[in-house]
Design a protein around this ligand. Sequence first.
Ligand code: 6PG
Length: 235
Amino acid sequence: MNNLRVSENPVADLASQLEIAAREAIKARGNFSLVLSGGSTPRALYELLATPDWKSRFEWEKCDIFFGDERAVAPDDALSNFKMASDALLSRVAARVHRMEGERIDLESAARDYETKLRALGSPLDLILLGLGDDGHTASLFPYSPQLNEVEGWVTATPVAPMEPRVRRLTLSFPAINAARKVWFLASGAGKAERVAEVLDGPRDVQSLPSQGVAPRNGELVWFLDEEAARDISR
Ligand code: 6PG
């Protein structure tokens, strides 16, 4: 069951829910494992969390930050999801940051090492943030890509992406995403409306709409949307 949270400001709404989720995880298990998404939409969220008012609401020293995907670029490259999140938030808080090493020549080895790190947690990831690509992808799980058929591995290296930036990627797989306790999508703007409606209301076809493959086995799935992005869905 998809939970929809439609609001004027989905970034502020998600931040409020994130504060609750972090507090609950730390109370229950002593830490909070959070997977950040890339792209442009979440930048506003990360910048909000870095403001003095919001930053003080989290016990960052008890947070482990991971990434849902990364481009095959250096960590200081403007295309890096790590750089975007670091500039907006991570360089300003005392969280433990575990970046995907997209700069490595042997991306398959980088994927294996990241998977080892995730499995060493010994517990499901608490919360994974995801975005929705214009083609229906999420993380770097692109339509009709071999990564969609991964059933065991948690992290894979992709071929050159079929959309900008056209570089190889590292990405979490569906088995990794769907093992999480919570998975939250954040999408905003009229440009997302048609795809949001296809993913949520349309016929199921994970190959053409990979975001439909996100279905946490024992966890919750929530979509944080603004009115524009939610315009075409049946509510
Ligand atoms: C990436 C992201 C990707 C993103 C979507 C939406 O590396 O690009 O992980 O999955 O979430 O493409 O991107 P926007 O937020 O820029 O629309």
